[in-house]
Design a protein around this ligand. Structure first.
Ligand SMILES: [Zn+2]
Ligand SMILES: [Zn+2]
Length: 253
Protein backbone atom coordinates (compact mmCIF):
# COMPACT_ATOMS: atom_id res chain seq x y z
CA UNK A 1 0.00 0.00 0.00
CA UNK A 2 1.13 3.52 -0.73
CA UNK A 3 1.65 5.88 2.19
CA UNK A 4 -1.35 7.97 1.14
CA UNK A 5 -3.55 4.86 1.23
CA UNK A 6 -2.29 3.88 4.66
CA UNK A 7 -3.36 7.28 5.97
CA UNK A 8 -6.73 6.55 4.43
CA UNK A 9 -7.12 3.30 6.38
CA UNK A 10 -6.72 5.25 9.62
CA UNK A 11 -9.32 7.80 8.47
CA UNK A 12 -11.81 5.09 7.43
CA UNK A 13 -11.39 3.37 10.81
CA UNK A 14 -11.97 6.69 12.60
CA UNK A 15 -15.09 7.31 10.53
CA UNK A 16 -16.48 3.87 11.35
CA UNK A 17 -15.90 4.46 15.06
CA UNK A 18 -18.13 7.55 14.88
CA UNK A 19 -21.12 5.23 14.64
CA UNK A 20 -23.00 7.51 12.22
CA UNK A 21 -25.48 6.35 9.57
CA UNK A 22 -22.62 6.21 7.05
CA UNK A 23 -18.87 6.32 7.70
CA UNK A 24 -18.12 7.15 4.05
CA UNK A 25 -20.40 10.20 4.26
CA UNK A 26 -18.81 11.28 7.53
CA UNK A 27 -15.38 11.08 5.93
CA UNK A 28 -16.54 12.80 2.74
CA UNK A 29 -17.96 15.71 4.71
CA UNK A 30 -14.76 16.02 6.72
CA UNK A 31 -12.77 16.00 3.48
CA UNK A 32 -15.08 18.64 2.04
CA UNK A 33 -14.52 20.94 5.03
CA UNK A 34 -10.76 20.54 4.62
CA UNK A 35 -10.98 21.31 0.88
CA UNK A 36 -13.08 24.42 1.50
CA UNK A 37 -10.64 25.72 4.11
CA UNK A 38 -7.67 24.95 1.86
CA UNK A 39 -9.25 26.71 -1.11
CA UNK A 40 -9.26 29.97 0.79
CA UNK A 41 -5.90 29.37 2.45
CA UNK A 42 -2.71 28.55 0.59
CA UNK A 43 -4.58 27.49 -2.53
CA UNK A 44 -5.56 31.09 -3.29
CA UNK A 45 -1.94 31.83 -4.11
CA UNK A 46 -0.70 28.45 -5.37
CA UNK A 47 -0.48 28.61 -9.17
CA UNK A 48 -1.43 24.94 -9.63
CA UNK A 49 -4.58 25.15 -7.54
CA UNK A 50 -5.42 28.49 -9.08
CA UNK A 51 -5.26 27.01 -12.56
CA UNK A 52 -7.53 24.15 -11.59
CA UNK A 53 -10.03 26.66 -10.20
CA UNK A 54 -9.74 28.65 -13.44
CA UNK A 55 -10.48 25.59 -15.54
CA UNK A 56 -13.44 24.21 -13.56
CA UNK A 57 -14.86 26.96 -11.31
CA UNK A 58 -17.15 26.22 -8.36
CA UNK A 59 -20.69 24.82 -8.27
CA UNK A 60 -23.41 26.77 -6.39
CA UNK A 61 -23.21 24.55 -3.27
CA UNK A 62 -19.46 25.07 -2.99
CA UNK A 63 -19.75 28.81 -3.63
CA UNK A 64 -22.13 28.89 -0.67
CA UNK A 65 -19.69 26.98 1.52
CA UNK A 66 -16.80 29.24 0.48
CA UNK A 67 -18.97 32.28 1.19
CA UNK A 68 -19.74 30.98 4.69
CA UNK A 69 -16.01 31.09 5.44
CA UNK A 70 -16.23 34.89 5.35
CA UNK A 71 -12.91 35.31 3.55
CA UNK A 72 -14.34 37.72 1.01
CA UNK A 73 -10.97 38.74 -0.49
CA UNK A 74 -9.77 35.16 -1.05
CA UNK A 75 -13.14 34.16 -2.47
CA UNK A 76 -13.22 37.25 -4.71
CA UNK A 77 -9.68 36.66 -6.04
CA UNK A 78 -10.53 33.08 -7.02
CA UNK A 79 -13.80 34.17 -8.60
CA UNK A 80 -12.13 37.03 -10.50
CA UNK A 81 -9.51 34.66 -11.86
CA UNK A 82 -12.21 32.22 -12.98
CA UNK A 83 -14.24 35.03 -14.52
CA UNK A 84 -11.24 36.21 -16.55
CA UNK A 85 -10.67 32.67 -17.83
CA UNK A 86 -14.34 32.33 -18.65
CA UNK A 87 -14.79 35.59 -20.59
CA UNK A 88 -13.35 34.54 -23.97
CA UNK A 89 -14.84 31.04 -23.57
CA UNK A 90 -18.34 32.42 -23.08
CA UNK A 91 -17.92 34.49 -26.23
CA UNK A 92 -16.79 31.48 -28.25
CA UNK A 93 -19.57 29.26 -26.84
CA UNK A 94 -22.25 31.80 -27.76
CA UNK A 95 -20.74 32.08 -31.22
CA UNK A 96 -20.94 28.31 -31.54
CA UNK A 97 -24.62 28.44 -30.70
CA UNK A 98 -24.92 30.99 -33.52
CA UNK A 99 -26.42 33.49 -31.17
CA UNK A 100 -25.67 37.21 -31.32
CA UNK A 101 -22.76 36.81 -33.69
CA UNK A 102 -23.12 39.32 -36.52
CA UNK A 103 -20.93 37.17 -38.80
CA UNK A 104 -23.26 34.20 -38.46
CA UNK A 105 -26.63 35.71 -37.64
CA UNK A 106 -28.50 37.35 -40.50
CA UNK A 107 -31.24 39.58 -39.16
CA UNK A 108 -34.00 38.79 -36.77
CA UNK A 109 -35.06 35.44 -38.32
CA UNK A 110 -31.61 33.98 -37.99
CA UNK A 111 -31.58 34.92 -34.29
CA UNK A 112 -34.88 33.19 -33.64
CA UNK A 113 -33.76 30.03 -35.39
CA UNK A 114 -30.62 30.14 -33.33
CA UNK A 115 -32.60 29.80 -30.11
CA UNK A 116 -32.97 26.10 -30.95
CA UNK A 117 -29.32 25.67 -31.82
CA UNK A 118 -27.22 23.42 -29.58
CA UNK A 119 -25.81 25.30 -26.62
CA UNK A 120 -23.70 22.37 -25.38
CA UNK A 121 -20.52 24.43 -25.19
CA UNK A 122 -22.25 27.08 -23.11
CA UNK A 123 -23.84 24.52 -20.78
CA UNK A 124 -20.51 22.80 -20.24
CA UNK A 125 -19.04 26.06 -18.93
CA UNK A 126 -21.34 25.78 -15.92
CA UNK A 127 -21.16 22.02 -15.39
CA UNK A 128 -17.81 21.60 -13.62
CA UNK A 129 -16.56 22.29 -10.10
CA UNK A 130 -12.99 21.90 -8.94
CA UNK A 131 -14.11 20.97 -5.40
CA UNK A 132 -16.66 18.39 -6.58
CA UNK A 133 -13.93 16.83 -8.73
CA UNK A 134 -11.41 16.68 -5.88
CA UNK A 135 -14.01 15.47 -3.40
CA UNK A 136 -15.12 12.72 -5.74
CA UNK A 137 -11.52 11.61 -6.32
CA UNK A 138 -10.89 11.39 -2.58
CA UNK A 139 -14.25 9.70 -1.89
CA UNK A 140 -13.50 7.07 -4.50
CA UNK A 141 -10.18 6.35 -2.76
CA UNK A 142 -11.85 6.18 0.66
CA UNK A 143 -14.44 3.73 -0.70
CA UNK A 144 -11.66 1.55 -2.10
CA UNK A 145 -9.90 1.71 1.25
CA UNK A 146 -13.04 0.41 2.95
CA UNK A 147 -13.05 -2.58 0.60
CA UNK A 148 -9.33 -3.09 1.29
CA UNK A 149 -9.89 -3.05 5.06
CA UNK A 150 -12.80 -5.46 4.74
CA UNK A 151 -10.54 -7.84 2.93
CA UNK A 152 -7.37 -7.52 5.03
CA UNK A 153 -8.41 -6.52 8.55
CA UNK A 154 -10.74 -9.02 10.27
CA UNK A 155 -11.25 -6.61 13.16
CA UNK A 156 -12.52 -4.01 10.70
CA UNK A 157 -14.78 -6.53 8.96
CA UNK A 158 -16.35 -7.45 12.33
CA UNK A 159 -16.81 -3.80 13.33
CA UNK A 160 -18.32 -2.98 9.93
CA UNK A 161 -20.73 -5.91 10.13
CA UNK A 162 -21.87 -4.74 13.58
CA UNK A 163 -22.24 -1.11 12.41
CA UNK A 164 -25.21 0.77 10.97
CA UNK A 165 -23.81 0.10 7.48
CA UNK A 166 -23.76 2.77 4.79
CA UNK A 167 -26.23 5.24 3.32
CA UNK A 168 -28.24 4.21 0.28
CA UNK A 169 -26.06 5.96 -2.36
CA UNK A 170 -22.82 4.67 -0.79
CA UNK A 171 -24.26 1.15 -0.57
CA UNK A 172 -24.87 1.36 -4.33
CA UNK A 173 -21.29 2.57 -4.87
CA UNK A 174 -19.87 -0.25 -2.76
CA UNK A 175 -21.94 -2.91 -4.52
CA UNK A 176 -20.33 -1.70 -7.75
CA UNK A 177 -16.89 -1.85 -6.13
CA UNK A 178 -17.47 -5.32 -4.68
CA UNK A 179 -16.75 -6.71 -8.13
CA UNK A 180 -13.06 -6.01 -7.43
CA UNK A 181 -13.03 -8.48 -4.53
CA UNK A 182 -12.09 -12.11 -5.08
CA UNK A 183 -15.18 -14.32 -5.26
CA UNK A 184 -14.69 -15.76 -1.75
CA UNK A 185 -14.65 -12.32 -0.13
CA UNK A 186 -17.35 -10.82 -2.35
CA UNK A 187 -20.40 -12.67 -1.05
CA UNK A 188 -19.85 -11.96 2.67
CA UNK A 189 -19.21 -8.30 1.79
CA UNK A 190 -22.43 -8.03 -0.22
CA UNK A 191 -24.35 -9.69 2.63
CA UNK A 192 -22.88 -7.26 5.17
CA UNK A 193 -23.85 -4.31 2.92
CA UNK A 194 -27.36 -5.62 2.42
CA UNK A 195 -27.92 -6.42 6.10
CA UNK A 196 -26.47 -3.11 7.21
CA UNK A 197 -28.81 -1.22 4.91
CA UNK A 198 -31.93 -3.32 5.45
CA UNK A 199 -31.51 -3.31 9.24
CA UNK A 200 -30.96 0.45 9.24
CA UNK A 201 -33.99 1.21 7.09
CA UNK A 202 -36.25 -0.85 9.36
CA UNK A 203 -34.81 0.78 12.47
CA UNK A 204 -35.16 4.26 10.95
CA UNK A 205 -38.75 3.56 9.97
CA UNK A 206 -39.58 2.91 13.62
CA UNK A 207 -37.52 5.82 14.89
CA UNK A 208 -39.01 8.29 12.41
CA UNK A 209 -42.52 6.96 13.03
CA UNK A 210 -42.10 7.60 16.76
CA UNK A 211 -40.66 11.04 15.91
CA UNK A 212 -43.91 11.95 14.11
CA UNK A 213 -46.03 10.52 16.94
CA UNK A 214 -44.22 12.71 19.43
CA UNK A 215 -46.04 15.68 17.84
CA UNK A 216 -49.30 14.23 19.21
CA UNK A 217 -50.00 16.04 22.49
CA UNK A 218 -50.84 12.71 24.13
CA UNK A 219 -47.22 11.65 23.62
CA UNK A 220 -45.82 14.92 24.85
CA UNK A 221 -44.33 13.44 28.02
CA UNK A 222 -43.34 10.07 26.58
CA UNK A 223 -39.57 9.57 26.20
CA UNK A 224 -37.97 10.34 22.82
CA UNK A 225 -35.92 7.15 22.86
CA UNK A 226 -33.54 7.25 19.87
CA UNK A 227 -35.93 9.38 17.84
CA UNK A 228 -34.87 12.94 18.59
CA UNK A 229 -32.69 13.22 15.46
CA UNK A 230 -34.52 10.55 13.42
CA UNK A 231 -35.46 13.03 10.69
CA UNK A 232 -31.85 14.10 10.11
CA UNK A 233 -30.51 10.55 10.24
CA UNK A 234 -33.18 9.20 7.89
CA UNK A 235 -32.50 11.93 5.30
CA UNK A 236 -28.78 11.19 5.65
CA UNK A 237 -29.36 7.48 5.20
CA UNK A 238 -31.52 7.94 2.12
CA UNK A 239 -29.47 10.57 0.28
CA UNK A 240 -26.06 10.77 1.95
CA UNK A 241 -25.11 13.19 4.72
CA UNK A 242 -26.96 16.50 4.37
CA UNK A 243 -28.61 17.33 7.73
CA UNK A 244 -27.69 17.62 11.39
CA UNK A 245 -24.44 18.29 13.20
CA UNK A 246 -21.15 18.16 11.30
CA UNK A 247 -19.67 14.65 11.39
CA UNK A 248 -16.10 14.09 12.67
CA UNK A 249 -15.70 17.64 13.79
CA UNK A 250 -14.17 17.26 17.23
CA UNK A 251 -10.88 15.81 16.06
CA UNK A 252 -9.17 19.12 15.53
CA UNK A 253 -9.51 19.22 11.73
ZN1 LIG B 1 -22.89 7.68 2.69
ZN1 LIG C 1 -18.90 21.60 -6.19
Amino acid sequence: MRMKDRLDTYAVWEALKEGSECPLCALRRKTERTLIARSLGGAVMSPDDRQRVNRAGFCPAHHQQLYQQKNRLGHALLTLSRLQTLLPQVDRAIDEAGYGNPRKGKGLFRREEAADAPTGALHSLTASCVLCQELEAQSARQAETLVYLWQHDPEFAAAFTASKGLCLPDTARMIDLAGKLPAAARQPFLSALRQGLAGSLKRLEQELDWYTQKFDYRNQDAPWGQSKDALERTANKLRGWCLGPEPMEDDGK
